[in-house]
Design a protein around this ligand. Sequence first.
Ligand code: HEM
Length: 504
Amino acid sequence: MSGETWLLLGVVILLAWAYSRWKHSFWSSRGVATPPFIPFLGHLHKTAMLRKRYAFDMDAYYRYGGSKFCGLYSFHKPCLLVGDPELLKQMFVKDFDCFSGKKPLKLTKHDKVISDTLVLKTGEEWKKLRAIMSPTFSSGKMKGMFPLVCQKADDLVSFCLKEARTKPVIDMKHNFSRFTLDTIASCAFGLECNSLGDEDSDFSKKVDKFFKLTTASTLRKIFVSIAPRIAGALNMQFSSPTTGFFKELALKTIAARREGSKRGDFLDLLLETQSQGEDDGGSGKRASKSKEVLDDETIVSQCVLFILAGYGTTASALSYAAFLLAKHPDTQQRLRQEIVELIEKHGDVTYQGIMEAKFLDACIMESLRLYPISVYLERMCERNYRIPGTDITIPPGTVVSCPVWTMHRDPKYWPEPEEFRPERFLPENKADIPNLAHMPFGIGPRNCIAQRFALMETKIVLSKLLLASDLRLAPGCENVTVSFGFGSHSPKAVELILQPLKDE
Ligand code: HEM
């Protein structure tokens, strides 16, 4: 290269560096602290991978003011980390109209099934869909689905006890995952897939494929995220091609339901909202609103949503809870006693009984405190917003995140935070927990829509499992290793010894 070319290159690099420095002065010029960052990337190298993210959030929270708020950069885009419960309440709840969106996922036209799921919708479309779907998760509707989930929980317990006869140690993470899968197949797709007993079940194989990340699928996702239009033109999609299998399955079940075979599951409930809209033909307004949102394709997307949002989350929540109960035999016995007393009162594991079980609820809440499935929450600012109590304004497009994992272990809110102490969540102690210091199901109007369903599922399984067996830690498995994936985490393994409590 000639001297002039070198000089030109030097000037270009210098200008780019100066531009990056200027962009990265957004927070310092407003007097907001930021953890150390690097040119161009900002903090992206620390926040893009969940494995690094939770440790980074902790550092930002304790050392750079994040327990109130601090500034971050994703490339050159300013982001805000907010760890103050009062400020979170103001932003995520009271000023929700300014924070109803989430960071958009870049998708192609071939990703319609997942782009129509509630979790990826924004603005008015999200509002309408959420309003129509919310009643399907009411406590009345949960009662209707209770027997379906109990059936799957009974299958799980029988399977585990059968395994316990031949195996010294049971892989409970695997069994909880299969149980969750069977429940989703039953409640969202009307399918009895029995993946617990049948390792070759088509449904479970397809779900495994749906989540499997290979080098090729990762590169495809990265390419779609960078150039969605070109990717679309090349017939590429972000989601796994296996999505087509679930779409066909749900469409087939919808057709069968129209022939009259109802089961009171989630799919029936969604179809009911569609016909409620149609029945309202007289007034016209509601009918067209429902029809517009819940066409068959939109319903199919919400069935797939159950796999996306409900599979790993519930299986991990059950795995962590079972591990903690096995590690704390006295707590386990206290919980078993509560369940036995409720059975004496109600005659069986009933919806009413598990709702009354205060210690059961406390054990699950404490387990989700120590291991919140979402390490952080995010919202996107939709217009200029002045951070309350300051004269700092953040522009539209700023991503605001809440460091859930870190806040769940802050000794300011949780004395001896690393200890498993369900008593913290008993009614007489609940008043000591500040509002929004505990948020395993998120915050405000965009929180987990299926919280009732997820809790019902978890409570039924733990009740039935503890009534049937004593859970003990397998030798060498005294600690749980958290395995961080792309967007979520799960215990690496939960291997337990199951000691049956009744003669079979
Ligand atoms: C123990 C299990 C579960 C946990 C811990 C959990 C947790 C969460 C969290 C933390 C969020 C984000 C909330 C926020 O940003 O404020 C969320 C959102 C969501 N969850 Fe769950 N979840 C669980 C099970 C499920 C299940 C079984 C479904 C089934 C459909 C589900 C569906 C959703 C949906 C649709 C959203 C997005 C809601 C919206 O954007 O309006 N979740 N969940």
